[in-house]
Design a protein around this ligand. Structure first.
Ligand code: MLT
Length: 418
């Protein structure tokens, strides 16, 4: 009696069927693998500036703390089993002291996790259906795809834009910083310093967003995974530097890009107790309570040695070593910017962010440029259109690499384009 609506059948979440192709980075990996299979002699020449993955090893003081954590697990006297789902107090306290001093954030408002990608997706568990969701275009694809999976969108149109999402265009005209829209939204994803464009928001711009959120009873989901790369002292690192944000914003932070934890995995999300959402009966419910419940049910905490290692990011030695790492990557970004500028290309980002956002040479689409760079220069970049239709005509170069590789990328790019 098999049929379309047979009663005994494992039904899937059909929202997944609305998703376009693969997630951007696996799709890039697929194309790179195809190239290396077809051109095995050139496989070794490939330089990867696509995914924003760090390349430099963990700094020594962080490694030492990591080892110490493992050694403690090897001894009955110091062994630890399950830790708190929200993270160990020593790490939550170090985070608040070092990153949120004077902003009114309590250690119990910090939830340690194994990654910001997971947290930005998982946060949708605590929001109901029917919200109007604003996202920038271009955008980090995780915000979009997780909303598609959660059933918060309709189908994608021919440009890949999903019905039901409120897209905020970011273009060269607005310096890739989304303006506050006329329409109202319930949830707004903002990412500064921005992935993919490397744009940063001034205090005034963030104030406008906080004002908008408060006037519209909306929540800002603020992704600050790249805050460590901010060089300009006028640019806020946290949304909580803005008055009123404690009432309307959740912030995501990561150890991936500052401490080099992309493989180690540690991040955290700040949910102030003062941020509330509405229940169906109109009562206001603190989001902190819901996220705490969500994490306690579905997550068992980041591992103890990893949290020990993360806390070492804030030790005096750790700070010096992390600063050297950031300086290294930002030195790369400066070289990449200079090379692209010298070629007469339009260049954005790379000054307060590890991503350089570049206009494609005349007549090339983003994927044309991706293929040209891969096939002719053996360089992997990320096509701007993979981040949304407003990214068409641009490509992103990641500054996460060795200096030697970046110098070689500059040489090859110059030979390719000039
Ligand atoms: C990127 O390349 O955009 C990053 O790797 C994304 C991430 O951190 O997940």
């Amino acid at each position: 009696m098999a049929g379309l609506h047979a009663p005994h059948m494992a039904m899937i979440n059909s929202n997944f069927l609305k998703l376009k192709a693969g997630y951007l980075f696996p799709e890039i990996a697929r194309r790179v693998n195809a190239f290396t299979t077809e051109n095995p002699d050139h496989a070794g020449e490939i330089i990867r500036c696509g995914i924003g993955d760090v390349t430099e090893p963990l700094p020594p003081s962080i490694v030492a703390a990591f080892h110490e954590g493992v050694d403690e697990q090897a001894d009955r006297a110091t062994f630890r089993g399950y830790g708190p789902e929200q993270g160990y107090a020593f790490l939550r306290e170090a985070i608040v002291e070092n990153q949120f001093a004077g902003m009114g954030i309590g250690a119990d408002e910090v939830f340690v996790s194994d990654g910001s990608k997971c947290d930005t997706g998982n946060i949708l568990d605590i929001f109901g259906p029917g919200n109007t969701i604003a996202i920038t275009d271009p955008v980090y694809p995780v915000y979009v795809d997780t909303n598609v999976m959660a059933g918060n969108t309709g189908d994608a149109d021919e440009n890949g834009a999903y019905k039901g999402l409120l897209y905020l265009p970011c273009t060269a005209e607005n310096q890739f910083v989304a303006e506050v829209p006329d329409a109202r939204a319930d949830l707004i994803y903002l990412c500064f310093p921005n992935n993919p464009t490397g744009a940063v928001a001034t205090r005034g711009m963030l104030e406008a967003w906080v004002r908008y959120a408060r006037e519209n009873d909306a929540i800002i989901l603020f992704d600050a995974a790249y805050e460590a790369f901010i060089r300009d002292p006028e640019i806020p690192h946290s949304i909580y530097e803005i008055d009123g944000a404690r009432e309307c914003a959740i912030e995501f932070r990561s150890f991936s890009k500052n401490g080099g934890f992309t493989g180690v995995r540690c991040a955290f999300t700040v949910v102030p107790k003062t941020v509330t959402g509405k229940a169906a009966d109109g009562t206001r419910v603190p989001l902190h309570q819901l996220w705490n419940r969500r994490q306690s049910t579905k997550f068992n905490g980041a591992s103890y040695p990893v949290q020990k290692a993360a806390a070492a990011v804030f030790s005096p030695q750790g700070k010096t070593e992390v600063k050297a790492l950031i300086d290294h990557y930002m030195g790369n970004a400066a070289l990449l910017r200079e090379a692209c500028l010298a070629l007469g290309l339009k260049v954005f980002g790379g000054e307060n962010a590890p991503y350089v956002w570049v206009g494609c040479p005349e007549g090339l689409t983003s994927w044309d440029m991706f293929d040209k760079m891969l096939n002719e220069a053996r360089i992997v970049i990320t096509p701007g259109s993979g981040f949304g239709s407003a990214g068409e005509g641009y490509f992103r170069i990641s500054a996460f690499n060795s200096r030697e590789n970046v110098e070689e990328v500059c040489r090859r790019l110059t030979a390719l384009v000039s």
